[in-house]
Design a protein around this ligand. Structure first.
Ligand SMILES: N[C@@H](CCC(=O)N[C@@H](CS)C(=O)NCC(=O)O)C(=O)O
Length: 365
């Protein structure tokens, strides 16, 4: 019998997010390592670009983009769902997922590619598992991976020795806020996983709770966060398992405040950069002074998606959500940019056809 195939790497952020989703919902799949360079050409032909992961459905259709793939599976399959029925909770799940995908990515890449322990582990793993068809000595492949990932995603995306401390304190603050939540319940919205947990499995499962430096910090001081990562991987949704709390618990507010103070202002600076055609921009958010961050057309679309999720809420849920967005400083920044520089039909083909990578690492800068 044919099965869904998940192509990626078993240390990749978004491959891990998709695997957590499939497992929690009981969707069976077969994992395969993407093999370069052949896979790049094939994926570009099928969905328009190369990124991890790719999903191939039983009927042979190819998909990309975990956010839109998950939305597709939630709608099209009769499996258990991770999106809460309460529209307010669902809206805040989308917001937390987006933050997990688009903000914590840079921090996760920093911990992996800045420290020698992370570089050794990840470059060897990728060279061995995903670049094995390239006939070069492993040493070169490892060096190439280090160069590619740093110049694409860390030093090449605004991280400098001058802001490393601020980037790392931002991470410690996240750990403290999550530890506080997981002291009192197993998952973000209660006793079963929702889309918010799946979103956070991206940075945590295959980066922070795997790479040597952040894992040590988590083990030492944030045991409930580590339990949550393992629980999530091992939990299967069932008809009667696990209740959700009512509404949005107050211990999620510190997370929302950081979204309002740091993430949404960053998204707005990205909008300004894309509008001005500036492929690099400087931005100071939450005490982190990024120099030469890469603009991302994809993240302009992410902001539009967040706004659409809000606009599509039933009126009473919209009022409740607006109140909380205002209380946590997210409201004004969500709507600040009047014109979003989107291209015609941008990302409308997702999850089957993509227009833009999250960060344009291969674009000439
Ligand atoms: N928004 C996409 C992002 C996928 C993504 O950026 N994946 C990373 C690896 S975890 C990647 O393939 N980046 C492209 C590259 O490095 O060229 C998703 O949700 O699937």
């Amino acid at each position: 019998m044919s099965k869904i195939i998940l192509y990626g790497s078993d240390i990749s952020y978004f491959t891990g997010k998709m695997e957590n989703y499939f497992r929690v919902c009981g969707i069976s799949y077969e994992f395969r390592n993407m093999q370069f360079p052949a896979f790049k050409k094939e994926m570009e032909k099928k969905v328009g670009l190369m990124q991890m992961p790719a999903v191939v459905l039983e009927d042979g259709r190819w998909m990309t983009d975990t956010t839109k793939m998950i939305q597709w599976f939630e709608k099209e399959t009769d499996k258990f769902k991770v999106l809460p029925k309460d529209p307010v909770q669902a809206f805040f799940c989308f917001l937390l997922e987006d933050w997990a995908d688009e903000w914590w990515w840079r921090t996760a890449m920093h911990y992996r590619w800045h420290y020698a322990e992370g570089v050794r582990f990840a470059s060897r793993h990728l060279a061995t598992n995903n670049l094995k068809n390239i006939r070069l000595p492993k040493f070169f492949k490892m060096k190439y991976m280090q160069y590619r990932q740093r110049s694409g995603y860390t030093t090449g995306d605004g991280i400098r020795s001058s802001n490393v401390e601020a980037v790392e304190s931002d991470f410690i603050k996240l750990l403290k806020n999550l530890e506080n939540i997981f002291k009192s319940r197993n998952f973000i919205f209660g006793e079963r996983p929702t889309l918010a947990d799946i979103g956070f499995s991206g940075p945590f499962f295959r980066h922070f709770a795997l790479d040597p430096v952040p894992l040590k910090i988590i083990k030492q001081n944030y045991p409930n966060v580590l339990n949550w990562v393992l629980n999530l991987w091992n939990t299967r949704l069932s008809a009667n398992g696990g209740r959700l709390v009512e509404g949005v618990p107050t211990d999620l507010e510190p997370l929302l405040q950081d979204i309002g103070n740091i993430y949404l202002p960053y998204l707005n600076a990205n909008v300004d950069a894309v509008s001005a055609g500036k492929k690099r921009f400087d931005v100071n958010v939450g005490g982190i002074d990024f120099k030469g961050a890469r603009y991302s057309k994809y993240r302009v679309w992410c902001l539009k998606e967040l706004r659409n999720h809000f606009i599509n809420l039933p009126i009473d849920s919209r009022n409740r959500s607006e109140k909380l967005l205002k209380k946590t400083g997210c409201w004004n920044v969500l709507w600040k940019e009047k014109n979003l520089p989107l291209t015609e039909k941008q990302e409308e083909g997702l999850p089957f056809q993509a227009n833009n990578k999250m960060v344009g690492v291969n674009e000439a800068i």
